[in-house]
Design a protein around this ligand. Sequence first.
Ligand SMILES: [Zn+2]
Length: 327
Amino acid sequence: MQAWNSVLPPHVSAPHYKVIPGTKLTVDALRYQSVNGQKCRHYFLSHFHSDHYCGLHPDFDRGIIYASPPTARLAVMCIGVKVERFRTIDEGEVIEVDGTNISTVSANHCPGAVMFIFETPDGRRHLHCGDMRYTPKMKKWPELSLPFSTVFLDTTYCNPTYSFPPQESTLEFAAEFCAGMMRGRKDVRVVVGAYAIGKERLAFAIAKRLGCSISVSKRKYSMLSACLDKADLDMLKVNDSTSLVLLDGLGNIRGDRLYQYRSESHPCIIGFSPTGWAYARGKKIERVVKKTQQSRIEFETVQSTPKHLRDSEGRKEEEKEEEEKEE
Ligand SMILES: [Zn+2]
């Protein structure tokens, strides 16, 4: 049996949802050697999450990989792909490949994540979203205001059960919650779980509210230095025992593991596991906070939701009003 991330044999063509219509250009299809029965030479990579870069390895030499500068840096640093395999696309830049013009816009997902806009020689425009977190601000982005012939949408939470509050609200709630819990106390530390890349925003929101630094491992610092701006990087300290906020692996945010973060000066720990999986329609933010003896707290985050998807197609009036208030 093939490993899920192995490279597939040449007779297996990239599936239609990874191929831009009328071209041989693929998105997040590094496992595939063929496109429409021919050799694939152009690979667009939306962001540095393993379910999107699978098939990438240090000796990759099947073609050119197009990505944002942070995504390319992460692939070179973490996987060892040769830097010359990449053609990076800067924000606002338009490149041309086989007669198709390609540009990027932020996907509002993890650092470096982009959506690709393809303008093919037949005059049609196609949008590939990668992993995108919709926000009402996107309605005002000129790059997205023209019509698209095709929108490639891959959303984790495209189920009516999930209808999340705006991310800004959840970040603010968590930051205020921590500020309240820590008011007048010096014995509490906050641990935020994160992916190798992704979920950092919660740690930054809390640290900014508390006016403190964030402690990270050396490896995490190296990875984030490849994709964060200087202002955010300046908030990070490597293995700093005095930081009130720590950013660590999501797997450690469990009741039976949080004890490892305790110290004599900080015997109380608040742990955040930013995930949308535990979310169900109708729950309010306050109701998803759970405490256990180990002080574990579950916190809900936001991705594209059915409500938001409807918004991009044509909203109901009451939703419009609701969003105006949110903005
Ligand atoms: Zn992702």
